[in-house]
Design a binder for this molecule. Structure first.
Ligand code: QAP
Ligand code: CO
Length: 165
């Protein structure tokens, strides 16, 4: 699959809930995982590959072997978010750019797995950050939207320079 890159306007679309949990969904999720691993990513949301449904996946295993596991999240809903943490974030849709983002330190999320079964996850540290980053993609939000206005202005200028023909 091809990953949409900033400033593609489709990254701003709000994704809709999944209603069908059959082989077509499974095939799409498998394709997404291949795309994520091929690009050395730790997270990927449907909208980034033009699949505008509320799905994302996270595997922080490549950066932290304690959690070598692919999580697939479908129709997620926040149960709770608390504390504050700053992490350096990047995004497969903004390759080559990183910036420190402030997010909740601990999260609890309710979601469906690929079979439509209800699941719940509690997370902290990198896994919690990755989940919040990917969840944002479902609502058309990018990490650059979460920066202070000064940092955002500086990063936008860098992006414009990098994207200039
Ligand atoms: C989201 O990001 C994330 O700039 C996933 O050249 C980021 O997989 C979650 C990547 C930070 C938690 C913390 C970025 C690959 C991958 C790049 C990614 C690049 C190549 C980013
Ligand atoms: Co991203």
């Amino acid at each position: 699959m091809e990953i949409l890159k900033y400033p593609d306007e489709r990254l701003r679309k709000v994704s809709v809930p999944v209603i069908s949990f059959g082989t077509e969904l499974h095939r799409t999720l498998d394709d997404m995982a291949r795309t994520m691993y091929r690009s050395r990513g730790i997270g990927l949301a449907g909208a980034q590959v033009g699949f505008f449904y509320r799905v994302f996946m996270v595997d922080i295993g490549v950066q932290d072997e304690r959690h070598e596991k692919l999580y697939e999240f479908i129709n997620p809903e926040w149960v709770s978010r608390s504390g504050k943490a700053n992490w350096d974030e990047g995004c497969l849709s903004l390759p080559g750019f990183t910036e420190t983002v402030s997010r909740a330190a601990r999260i609890c999320l309710k979601y469906l797995d690929r079979h439509g079964r209800e699941q719940k996850i509690e997370a902290e540290e990198l896994l919690a950050v990755a989940i919040q980053h990917e969840y944002d993609h479902l609502d058309g939000i990018l990490f650059i939207d979460r920066l202070s206005s000064l940092k955002r202005r500086l990063l936008k200028r860098k992006l414009e320079k990098a994207l200039a023909p």
